[in-house]
Design a protein around this ligand. Structure first.
Ligand SMILES: Nc1ncnc2c1ncn2[C@@H]1O[C@H](COP(=O)(O)OP(=O)(O)OP(=O)(O)O)[C@@H](O)[C@H]1O
Length: 526
């Protein structure tokens, strides 16, 4: 009977302990899960805000920079935003419980002896000084570590998409060495950071215990046996129990210092303002006839460079096609960028249907002016998503997609793809040929249904059949749109109603006959 009773009480006590352990584990789990949720949500909000601001920046922010720059931005928005979540988590997780413990211990010590407590707490300013000094050092090291890893990620962003050049130039060994150097820099900085992170808590602990010891002994000597043994034991225990919270707060401070460079770098992206402003009373264009005027437009990319456009005038009538020719680097693409208001002219005006484009809402302007850039940009996704890019987050109208593909002479090759319009074309449309990419880009423009089109003809040569298909597609566009075509091929130029030549920042009209008669003279301009 007795052993059974004992067993019963053992089971009861065991279950109670198991229940307590379970409750403790669950509480721990919920606490951590809740804190992580808060930290990750904060990092998500920051990420979204930063990316929206990056999207709002004018084109100049992205231009003139390499893939390395976009690699750096993508690193900030991905990895560094995650670092921020870690920092927020560490701060809440350590600061709250340790601050509570700090208060509880201090209360206990004040109750035992306010004088001794005051003497002992003199250690806090000393600790703060040491923590601040080491924290600043950690911040600097951490900043360098962020730069090295960002450089590494930027390098990869640049070199991986350029693998065709690396291989064609036998540059594998050279790139491997470049990678090793960057990876080694990153390794050194991270080792320094980890060493510093491991070093700081030990230093704090040594200083803390040392100073407390000196104060305790000194105070006990000064008090001259005013306390009994149990008070002394209790006081010294409280002092030692303070080590963990003081260390914890120091650790949280270090986490903050370590995360600070990530926060700085991420918020740096938000501080710069866009140069292209939308007026608060900007209007929305509804039906656009397609009349385009450049009136005395001048533009330069920076303060200390020569102007690209210099008092340029051009009038394109609705439905007209203008071929723009000129020497390489003469400013043809710049004209297109100004019409889309990626930049504002230094002086002069650009009008659409007699409305200054600076008075038009940007979204409305870019809905009515479509661009087929010289370097075709396609996104990984399906053919349909690339053509119907305008409605990517809405509902893509497949009838319109197919219509656009037919007009752009793209329907035939799309149907031959494994999954037709639902075929994924790979990163930057890597599974397509140059001519196919161009026709897809033209189809995207047709789907956009804008009245004014800018076609920046690719300089890269296509085979004669592809070229014919692209030209046919362009011809169809010319029939019912206002078109500004930056042309390089004689056949394309001759399709236009008028030809203008850009030289020295100004335009002059060239007749079809003089182009044909003096072909050699104009050859360098195409
Ligand atoms: N973002 C930029 N920042 C600084 N300078 C730029 C920028 N974009 C273009 N430029 C400079 O402006 C000038 C005109 O460039 P643009 O691209 O308009 O010439 P283009 O006539 O279209 O040349 P191509 O026919 O070779 O494409 C060039 O000297 C170029 O170096």
């Amino acid at each position: 009977m007795m052993p059974l009773m004992k067993l019963g009480s053992l089971v009861r006590e065991g279950s109670a302990i198991a229940a307590l352990v379970l409750i403790r584990l669950m509480a721990n789990y919920w606490q951590q899960a809740f804190l992580w949720e808060a930290a990750l949500n904060a990092s998500y909000e920051i990420r979204v805000d930063v990316f929206e601001r990056v999207l709002q920046r004018e084109l100049g922010f992205f231009e003139g920079t390499s893939g390395a720059f976009s690699g750096d931005i993508s690193y900030r928005i991905t990895a560094e935003a995650s670092d921020i979540a870690d920092t927020i988590y560490a701060l809440i997780y350590t600061i709250v419980p340790y601050t509570l413990q700090l208060f509880a211990m201090s209360f206990q010590m004040v109750a035992i002896s306010p004088v001794l407590y005051l003497i002992t707490s003199l250690v806090i300013p000393c600790m703060c000084l040491v923590i601040a000094y080491l924290g600043e050092k950690l911040r600097k090291i951490s900043k360098k570590a962020h730069h090295t890893v960002a450089k590494l990620s930027s390098y990869l962003n640049e070199v991986l998409p350029s693998m065709i050049v690396v291989k064609a130039y036998n540059a594998e060994t050279c790139e491997s060495l470049r990678f090793q150097k960057l990876a080694h820099d990153d390794l050194s900085q991270h080792l320094r950071k980890k060493t510093m992170k491991a070093f700081i808590p030990q230093v704090i602990q040594v200083i803390y215990v040392g100073i407390i010891f000196v104060f305790c002994v000194g105070s006990l000597v000064v008090s001259g046996g005013a306390f009994d043994g149990s008070h002394i034991v209790s006081f010294i225990t409280s002092v030692f129990l303070l080590i963990a919270p003081v260390q914890g707060v120091g650790k949280a401070y270090n986490e903050l210092k370590q995360g600070e460079p990530a926060i700085e770098r991420l918020f740096n992206l938000t501080s710069l303002q866009s140069q292209v402003f939308e007026k608060p009373d900007a209007i929305t264009l509804n039906n656009v006839k397609g009349d385009v005027k450049f009136c005395d437009v001048s533009f330069q990319y920076g303060d200390k460079v020569t102007p690209v456009l210099n008092g340029l005038n051009l009038h394109i009538k609705p439905g007209e096609t203008i071929a723009l020719i000129g020497p390489s680097g003469g400013g043809k693409t710049t004209i297109a960028k100004l019409l889309l208001r990626f930049y504002d002219p230094i002086c002069g005006q650009i009008l659409i249907d007699n409305q200054d484009i600076q008075d038009i809402r940007l979204e409305s302007l870019r809905r009515h002016v479509a661009l087929v850039p010289q370097d075709i940009m396609l996104f990984s996704g399906t053919v349909a998503e690339n053509i119907g890019y305008r409605d990517l987050m809405g509902e893509i109208n497949m009838e319109e997609v197919e219509h656009a593909a037919r007009v752009a002479n793209a329907d035939e090759f799309i149907k031959k793809l494994t999954q037709g319009y639902q075929t994924n074309i790979g990163p930057r449309g890597s599974i397509l040929s140059g001519g196919q990419k161009q026709r897809l880009a033209i189809a995207r423009t047709i789907y956009q249904n804008s009245s004014i089109l800018i076609l920046d003809e690719a300089t890269s040569a296509l085979d004669s059949r592809s070229e014919l298909l692209v030209r046919q597609a362009v011809k169809r566009l010319m029939d019912n749109h206002t078109v500004l075509i930056i042309a390089h091929r004689l056949e394309t130029i001759l399709m236009a109603d008028r030809i203008v030549s850009l030289d020295g920042g100004k335009l002059k009209e060239v007749s079809h006959s003089s182009l044909l008669n003096h072909g050699n003279h104009y050859a360098p301009l195409m």
